[in-house]
Design a protein around this ligand. Structure first.
Ligand code: MG
Length: 396
């Protein structure tokens, strides 16, 4: 089998990848809806994969893997990897999980990152109301993640939150030491959320990045009695192109609260120090940033050897991303906690794909499906009306 084309269209705001072959089998990939600008980057790899046998996934990946980097520049390589596995699975007549070693679970637990409601403010009662709404959603989540501190509006909304400048940029605020009031405010919000949830629904916190190590240690120790699932990205993390494993090691060894990072990290090599030094208790690579599904599985296995847990990121990976997360998470070792459930946006995305269960999440789990490949395909007749003029030939 040979690859005859690699195409990319922006559907909604998701770059969608279609790899075609001389045997008429297509493979699909997709990047986050925050990255519509990636289309030319995706097409840069076309020259490197044309003519290759897509069922030799690793051989194709060796041609492009080194031409990527930390978030957002690992997404194109990652999404191409999904499309290759999709084709390989369809060609063999088996779901991708069979090619990644087989499933070790029939259903995969998800945690809530995608079912979101507008925050009414940044006070403890606003946070309590927010997690109450998420816990009441029909998906029945058993684990919910909330955004606090530099990952939230607190630096803008809470007076004298930190010693830093008020933030006005597009990404997360930059780093700053917290004031005593700021630190106490975060703790009060976390206590209010745990009061609202009790211990039937666990709480994880996306915290940054941007904390100073000394503040992070005080925070992690202060919330120890609350048995949080994890504290994510306190020091480095989302859109930070380095890791600082030594600082994470200091933080992790200072507290019993599990420390988590990894969504922006590209490739297993960049998890090596984090894992070997046991610098975190949980890693959270995204299959659309780390280099693909097989890359994520390798990181999970290596983490498991070192007593580190796995909770893949994926909040805006879209409908095809959901399929990739289900396929790989079915194969992960027993250090698997849950993956971050993506909600496809706009909602018409659910009308242009086939293969998703309805409802998708039941009781906090998704049943692993058995269709060949990723098991989720675009419906050209339904999707065509959402193509821009320059992408009109995407399905040809
Ligand atoms: Mg995060």
């Amino acid at each position: 089998m040979r690859i005859t084309d690699l195409k990319c269209a922006v559907i909604g705001d998701n770059p969608v990848i279609r790899i075609t072959t001389d045997e008429g089998i297509d493979g699909w990939g997709e990047a986050e809806n925050s990255k519509p600008y990636l289309k030319p980057h995706v097409l840069f790899y076309r020259q490197h994969v044309l003519g290759e046998d897509p069922t030799n996934v690793e051989r194709v990946m060796l041609k492009i893997r080194r031409l990527g980097s930390f978030k957002p520049w690992g997404s194109a390589v990652s999404a191409i990897e999904w499309a290759l596995w999709d084709i390989a699975g369809k060609a063999a007549g088996v779901p991708v999980y069979k090619l990644l070693g087989g499933k070790v679970r029939d259903r995969v637990r998800v945690y809530n990152g995608g079912v979101r409601f507008p925050m009414t403010g940044s006070e403890p009662e606003d946070y309590a109301a927010d997690v109450r709404r998420m816990a009441a959603s029909p998906e029945g989540f058993s684990l919910i993640k909330a955004a606090v501190a530099f990952h939230s509006d607190m630096p803008r909304n809470v007076p004298d939150f930190s010693y830093g400048e008020p933030h006005s940029g597009p990404a997360h605020p930059n780093r700053a030491p917290l004031t005593e009031r700021g630190l106490n405010h975060v703790i009060e919000c976390v206590e209010a959320m745990k009061d609202a949830l009790g211990d039937r629904v666990s709480l994880a916190l996306d915290c940054g990045p941007g904390w100073m190590l000394s503040d992070a240690i005080r925070f992690a120790r202060a919330v120890e009695p609350l048995n949080l699932a994890w504290l994510e990205d306190l020091l480095t993390g989302d859109y930070v192109p380095y890791v600082h494993a030594d600082l994470y090691r200091d933080l992790t060894t200072s507290t019993s609260t599990p420390i988590h990072t990894g969504e922006q990290i590209y490739l297993r090599q960049n998890f090596k120090e984090l894992i070997e030094r046991q610098a975190v208790r949980i890693v959270g690579p995204d299959p659309c940033d780390v280099g693909g599904m097989a890359e994520l599985k390798w990181v999970a296995e290596y983490a498991d050897l070192h007593g580190i847990l796995m909770a893949p990121h994926g909040v805006i990976d879209g409908a095809i991303g959901l399929a990739a997360l289900v396929q790989v998470s079915a194969t992960l070792p027993q250090n698997y906690i849950a993956f971050e459930y993506p909600v496809a946006r706009p909602s018409w995305w659910y009308d242009i794909v086939t293969g998703l269960p309805n409802p998708i999440v039941r009781g906090g789990f998704i049943d692993v499906w058995d269709r060949p490949g990723l098991g989720v395909d675009l419906i050209p007749e339904a999707a065509a009306s959402h193509l821009s003029e320059e992408d009109k030939s995407f399905f040809d």
